[in-house]
Design a protein around this ligand. Structure first.
Ligand SMILES: [Zn+2]
Length: 185
């Protein structure tokens, strides 16, 4: 049995009655929710009063938890869809432009969402680009595209591949290092 109370600042407070519990207790979860567990025979009103008495402590605990998780990027499905729309609009024209400029011929380009690579190139000349590319600086985006375009000639990371990539994308090893600071979501 439970009741939910919404506190203006602390958010959702669940009052949960539990058989076998003899004391009132309070827990703040990392996602911000507050749970007050109370013995079965204790009225909900008392659970709420218990929360009110500890409200300041709860707000401080929530602020601390928010600080800890604030840097983690949590992506939602709608956010990914927005990136996909942007990626489909922006990435293929840029790939075509770079290919034209340096004389590369690819078969198809597809926009993908995965957490394993920024891009890939198949032996059939198909290029996949990760929709995350629209989140990073333009020079890194171009580096990834040029990297995949160079794979149209060399399907490995040998010296010839790197020489070609350096020719079309000077300083590519620095860009490669900078790219590592960005995370795929
Ligand atoms: Zn590669």
């Amino acid at each position: 049995m439970q009741k939910v109370f919404i506190d203006e600042y602390a958010g959702k407070v669940r009052l949960v009655k539990r058989v076998g519990t003899r004391r009132l207790s309070l827990r703040v979860s990392p996602k911000g929710g507050v749970t007050v567990t109370l013995p079965y025979f204790v009225p909900y009103r008392e659970g709420l009063e218990f929360f009110m008495a500890k409200r300041d402590w709860v707000l401080k605990a929530q602020a601390r938890q928010k600080e800890r998780t604030g840097n983690e990027y949590v992506s939602s499905a709608s956010e990914i869809e927005a990136l996909r729309v942007q990626a489909k609009t922006e990435l293929p024209p840029r790939l075509a432009e770079l290919a034209r400029k340096y004389g590369f011929h690819y078969n198809q380009v597809r926009i993908k969402h995965n957490s394993s690579n920024w891009g890939s190139c198949s032996a059939k000349g198909n290029i996949n680009l990760n929709l995350n590319l629209v989140r990073i600086p333009a020079e890194l985006r171009d580096y990834v595209m040029l990297h995949e375009l160079c794979h149209l000639r060399y399907l490995n990371h040998g010296p010839e591949f790197h020489a070609l990539l350096e020719h079309v994308c000077p300083g590519h090893r620095d860009l490669q290092q900078r790219l590592k600071m960005h995370k795929l979501i």
